[in-house]
Each structure stands twice: as C-alpha cells, then as structure tokens.
Design a protein around this ligand. Structure first.
Ligand code: B16
Ligand code: MG
Length: 210
C-alpha cells in the first residue's frame, strides 16, 4: 500500500537539470574541458563533487583538491545565477495540479534530492512550505545511488520505505530507490530504465498508480 511519495527535484518537479547542464558546460568550456549532453546524462542525481569527477575524466591535466573546490564553486555560482531568475512559473500546471490531487487523496509528499540548493529552488518556485518533508544534499553523507536521501525522507514522513513511491528522472536515483526497498517510478531520462518498477511519460500518470 502506498502512503507517501518522495519526489526527486531536478528534472522531476522542475527543469533545473537543464540549468545544471548549462552551468557545468560554461565551467568546462572556460577550462577547455570537453563536455556534452551525453556526458551530462551521467550527472543526473549524482552529487556535485562526483559530477566534477565525471567531467574531469576528459581533462588533460590533474587537478588538485583546491582547484577542484574552485571549479565546484564556479559552477555553483553560475548555477545559482540561473536559479535567481526562476519564479512560480517554472513549475508546470500539470505538476502543481497533480501534487495537489495526490495531497487531497491523503498521501504524504516529500522531496528527496541530492541538491544542496533544494530549499533555494523550492522557495523560488513557491513550494518551500508545500511538502510534508524535505530530504536533501545538506543532510546526507552519501549521494544517490546510495538510498540515504530517500531513507531520511521516509523517516521524516514516518513511513516505511515499502509504503513509499520514489519518483526519479535519474538512473542513479532509481538504483537508490531499489537499494532502499522503495517502489520506484521512472520519468524523463529514467522512463525507459529497465530497473524502474513503473515507467511514465508524464507527471500526471502518477495519479493512476496510487
Ligand atoms: P547541487 P536531484 C541532483 O539533484 C542533480 O540531479 C545533480 O545533477 C546535481 O549534481 C546534484 O543534485 C547536486 O546538486 O550542486 O545543487 O548540490 O536530481 O537529486 O534533485
Ligand atoms: Mg533528478
């Protein structure tokens, strides 16, 4: 029985996945490191530091820890610049209406995101006070595919993992859900991932699964 739903943020609730790409791309171009959308797919759901390691696979020099920190800061500054232009209009009517319908059905709703910018994004799109729980990159020590972020979200909702859906656009996120014993729904980039228990093409379809 499903009593709660844990939503990934970037690429599920809003399209900040595109801003992540643009910010990493600018950082990489500036440093002369090859980066494209295909490599970007591997960054979905992955922490900032792990994302940088993936990007640096294409670099032709070794970076010190200090330089890596500077690159991450640069990327995050570029990313936050893009976030500062976000408004409530950056959540689709489909997402908003579906969230409200799920809430009306008595389901508990939480965010489970690797991002340390989660609360900033939620406040920009007007959803900071909407969810029953927020588990994000500021309270975890291991990023997806480790299930920690979802386990903490279920804990906040006071629900068992097996009574929750996890909605994810990242393969790493689906892997995390499976590892934690959650039911999973793949959307977007994860909508054709074989490990996703349910696969949907539009957010509204969640209604049919509960
Ligand atoms: P930040 P999600 C993830 O968010 C993104 O998918 C991933 O690309 C990003 O590197 C990660 O958050 C960390 O984000 O740099 O803002 O802390 O998909 O788990 O909501
Ligand atoms: Mg995501």
């Amino acid at each position: 029985e499903i009593k709660g739903i844990i939503f990934d943020l970037d690429g599920v609730i809003c399209s900040t996945d595109e801003y992540h790409y643009q910010a990493w791309k600018k950082m990489a171009d500036h440093d002369g490191i090859y980066f494209d959308r295909k490599i970007n797919e591997r960054l979905r759901g992955v922490s900032r530091a792990a994302s940088l390691e993936i990007i640096l696979e294409k670099a032709d020099k070794q970076y010190s820890d200090e330089e890596k920190l500077a690159l991450m800061t640069k990327k995050n500054d570029l990313y936050k610049e893009l976030l500062s232009a976000m408004t409530e209009a950056d959540v689709s009517k489909e997402v908003l209406d579906t969230l409200k319908e799920l809430r009306a059905k008595g389901l508990k709703l939480a965010i489970g995101s690797s991002s340390q910018n989660t609360k900033l994004i939620l406040s920009r799109i007007g959803l900071l006070d909407f969810f029953d729980g927020i588990s994000d990159g500021t309270i975890i020590s291991q990023s997806k595919p480790n299930p920690e972020v979802f386990i903490k979200a279920a804990g906040i909702l006071q629900l068992k993992n097996e009574n929750c859906f996890v909605v994810e656009d990242a393969e790493a996120g689906i892997d995390a859900a499976v590892a934690g014993g959650f039911h999973s729904i793949g959307i977007g980039s994860a909508s054709s991932y074989e490990k996703a228990e349910h696969k949907i093409n539009s957010f509204r379809e969640i209604i049919n699964l509960v």
